[in-house]
Design a protein around this ligand. Structure first.
Ligand code: FPP
Length: 239
């Protein structure tokens, strides 16, 4: 969700106004994602590197997150969406951490739709944390070491355990970087870079992005001909 600051600058507004507008857009996008049948929506709301921003901006972002969670709790319950977090959330201000845990617990019985907030998240930290958790599990005997370590086993120790890999990753504001986001999980994702700043990346643009995604061919290392063959076989077997 990049470009809140530039959105505000271009209008002669303080950066925090851009973040406030950004949150308004988050609310619209969560609703639209439900309508479009997106079962897993991950939002990169605060990176592990974002602590380097001026203290006042970090505080404003934490305040926005807190008010968002208070307001969104009802909406998540109404839309039957389960809240998850990825990232080192225990390092967030205590009030935010507690609120996150409350909303996660209150929505933990929902199975179909999921909102994942990446908070104090960085993919490299995630890998380090996963290695520590995996090693601890081996040492305690809860994980058995049988043969060569498989990705399917190790990935259970990532923050995203139980959450499918993203099919599409969208970055707004024209920057063409990944910035430490879901590096392992997006190995085969389609990337889409939009020039539009996050506060203006509304529901219609999300829908357009999905249409573009549909027209892309995902090959997972195979050839185009193999993919066509598979499509043909699957339409034959379903008819
Ligand atoms: C990037 O824009 C955006 C962020 C670092 C924060 C994203 C946060 C929100 C949309 C609000 C809080 C989120 C939730 C879920 C309540 P930028 O500030 O880097 O913009 P710039 O690159 O134009 O300066």
């Amino acid at each position: 969700m990049d470009g809140n600051g530039r959105w505000a600058n271009r209008r002669g507004l303080p950066r925090n106004e851009g973040h406030r507008k950004g949150v308004e857009n988050v609310e619209k996008i969560v609703e639209k994602a439900g309508e479009l049948g997106i079962r897993y929506l991950t939002l990169y709301a605060f990176s592990a590197e974002n602590w380097k921003r001026p203290k006042a901006e970090v505080n404003a972002l934490m305040g926005l997150l807190e008010s968002f969670l208070k307001k969104q709790r009802k909406q998540l319950l109404k839309q039957k969406i389960r809240l998850h977090t990825i990232g080192r959330v225990e390092e967030l201000p205590t009030s935010v951490f507690k609120l996150l845990n409350k909303v996660k617990a209150d929505t933990s019985h929902f199975e179909d739709n999921h909102l994942i907030l990446a908070l104090n998240y960085g993919a490299r930290n995630e890998v380090l944390d996963a290695v520590e958790r995996y090693t601890a599990a081996i040492q305690s005997g809860t994980e058995l070491q049988e043969g060569e370590l498989q990705w399917e086993t190790f990935s259970n120790y990532l923050d995203t355990s139980g959450i499918p890999d993203p099919e599409i990753v969208i970055r707004t504001s024209g920057e063409q970087r990944i910035s430490n986001f879901l590096l392992m999980q997006s190995a085969y994702s389609e990337y889409l870079f939009s020039p539009v700043c996050w506060p203006d990346f509304g529901p219609d643009l999300l829908e357009e992005a999905l249409l573009e995604y549909r027209n892309r061919e995902r090959r997972f290392g195979k050839t185009g001909a193999q993919i066509e063959q598979e499509k043909l076989l699957s339409t034959k077997s379903s008819s």
